[in-house]
Design a protein. Structure first.
Lengths: 232, 232
DNA sequence: TTTTAAACCTAACATTTGTTATGTTTAAAT
DNA sequence: ATTTAAACATAACAAATGTTAGGTTTAAAA
C-alpha cells in the first residue's frame, strides 16, 4: 500500500502549490471574501456555475440527491480545499451540490476573473485538469469500497479517511465531528445500523465517543479490518 | 425523471458529433486500426498513456482493482465509445484498466497526433473536458446507487442501463450477455447471490434467461422496483 | 468427437443489515 | 433558566446478503 490516503483524497488544497510566489499573489488578490452560514449551499445541482471557491475556514459536504429522495454524500471538503471548477471547465451546469456543515469563510473567484487567470498563468489550466483526472480515480475507489466492503469495513475506512482529513492540518487532535445521519450517508447505511457498528468499535477499544465526536484510539485495528498492510 | 439513461451513460460515443464534416475527416484519417483479442487490455492502471481509443466493434470493461484483490467494474464500453483521454489531458498515468470482453476492433490515435488535433480543431478540447465533467456526475450517480439501493434494485437499475447500452444501436434485440461474475462485479455482490436475484426476476416474468443471456420482458416492473416514474 | 475446465444453478445455513419502537441526551429556542 | 425539538443510543425482530457445498450445463482444449 503506497499511499492509502491519497487514493481517497481529492487533494484540491494543493492546486495552487505549483505556482510561483508572484502567480500565487495574482490568484489571491483576485479572491473575494464570502460568508456562508451553516446549512446554506455554495452551489446547487443543476445550477449555473458562477466561479470557484476556496474554503478558508469550516467544512462542507458535496452531495448528490439519489433519484428516490435521499442524499448521498460523496466528499467532505475542509479548510484549504478549492472546489467548483468542474462545471466551469465544461461550460455546463453543476453536477452536484455543496452544503456548509459549519459557518464557512470562503474565498470566491468569479468565473470571468478565473478564466483570465487561466490565460495569464499557463500552468494553471493543466494543474486543474490533472486534478479532475485524479478526482475521477478517487470516485472509482469510493465505488469499489461501497461495492465490495461490508458495513464495518466501510466505517473503518471512512473513519481513517475523515480523521486524516480533519486533523492533518491542525496541531490539536479534534477527532471526527459529524452528525450520525451525515456519517451514515457517507458509508451507505442507516443511522441506527451505523450506531451498531460504532458500538462494536467502542467495545473493542478502537474508538472513544464523547458527545457525538469520535476519537480513534487504535488505527492499526482499523487497518487490519481492511486486510491491508499498515503504513501511516 | 427527465433522462434516466443519460445519468448513467458516459455518452462518449457522441464526442465527435459536434464537429464539421471536414473536422471529422481530419480525426478519422488520423486513426490507426488495432485488434485487441478477448481478455487483453487496452491499457493498465498505473501505465503511461499512449493515445486515445475508439471501439469500432466489441465491448470492454473499465475496472479498478480494489485494494483487497478483487476487481470492481464501474463501466462497460460499447461500439462507438471513445476512451483513454482522461490520463492524457492530465499528463498523468492511467487511473484504471480497460479489458476486452470480446475480440475488439479499435481505432487508435497516438498521443502526439491527438494533441495536434486538439490544436487544429478549437472546439475539440472543450468537448472532451465537458465530457469528463459529465462522467464525473455519472460516477457520483453510481456511488448513490451502490450506497442506497439493495441488491434487487441495483440489479434492476443495471439491467436497464446495460440493456439500453447494448441494444440502442442495433436493429435486433440481443439482450444482455455477460458472465455472472462480471455482472456481480458491477452490482457489488457475489455471483451466488446475484443468481438468487436473477431467479427471483425470472419467477416474476420480468426477465427470460437463455444460456447466460438475459432478456428483459417487463421494463415497467424494473422501473417500479426503483420507485421511479416510468419514461422510456 | 471426446475430454476437461470453467461457468452456472440451487439450496441450506450463518451472518449482516434493515426496520420499528422506546427512552435518553443534547442543542436550540423561548 | 425553561421549554421544545432534534439528535442519539439501544434492543428485538424481520429481511437481505454472504458463504459453503453439491450437482449440472456450457464452452474451450485436445
Amino acid at each position: 500500500m503506497k499511499d492509502f490516503y491519497a487514493q481517497f483524497d481529492f487533494q484540491s488544497n494543493l492546486l495552487f502549490d505549483a505556482l510561483t510566489v508572484s502567480e500565487k499573489n495574482k490568484v489571491f488578490t483576485a479572491m473575494e471574501p464570502l460568508f456562508i452560514p451553516k446549512g446554506s449551499r455554495l452551489f446547487y445541482e443543476e445550477g449555473i456555475p458562477t466561479g470557484i471557491f476556496q474554503l478558508k475556514k469550516g467544512k462542507a459536504k458535496k452531495i448528490k440527491r439519489g433519484f428516490s429522495g435521499s442524499e448521498q454524500i460523496f466528499y467532505i471538503y475542509t479548510a484549504g480545499d478549492v472546489l467548483g471548477y468542474h462545471a466551469l471547465f465544461g461550460e455546463e451546469r453543476y453536477q452536484d451540490s455543496c452544503e456548509a456543515l459549519e459557518d464557512l469563510e470562503v474565498s470566491f473567484i468569479p468565473k470571468d476573473v478565473f478564466f483570465a487567470l487561466l490565460k495569464s498563468i499557463p500552468t494553471l489550466q493543466q494543474t486543474f485538469i490533472k486534478n479532475i483526472g485524479h478526482e475521477f480515480g478517487v470516485l472509482a475507489n469510493i465505488i469499489a469500497v461501497l461495492a465490495q466492503k461490508n458495513q464495518h469495513a466501510r466505517l473503518a475506512i471512512n473513519l481513517l479517511i475523515l480523521d486524516h482529513r480533519f486533523n492533518q492540518q491542525c496541531q490539536d487532535y479534534n477527532g471526527i465531528d459529524l452528525t450520525r445521519e451525515d456519517l451514515a450517508n457517507i458509508i451507505g447505511t442507516s443511522p441506527e445500523s451505523l450506531g451498531r457498528s460504532l458500538k462494536h468499535f467502542r467495545e473493542q477499544g478502537i474508538i472513544v465517543v464523547e458527545k457525538r465526536v469520535i476519537y480513534i484510539k487504535n488505527k492499526q485495528a482499523l487497518f487490519q479490518l481492511l486486510q491491508m498492510e499498515v503504513d501511516f
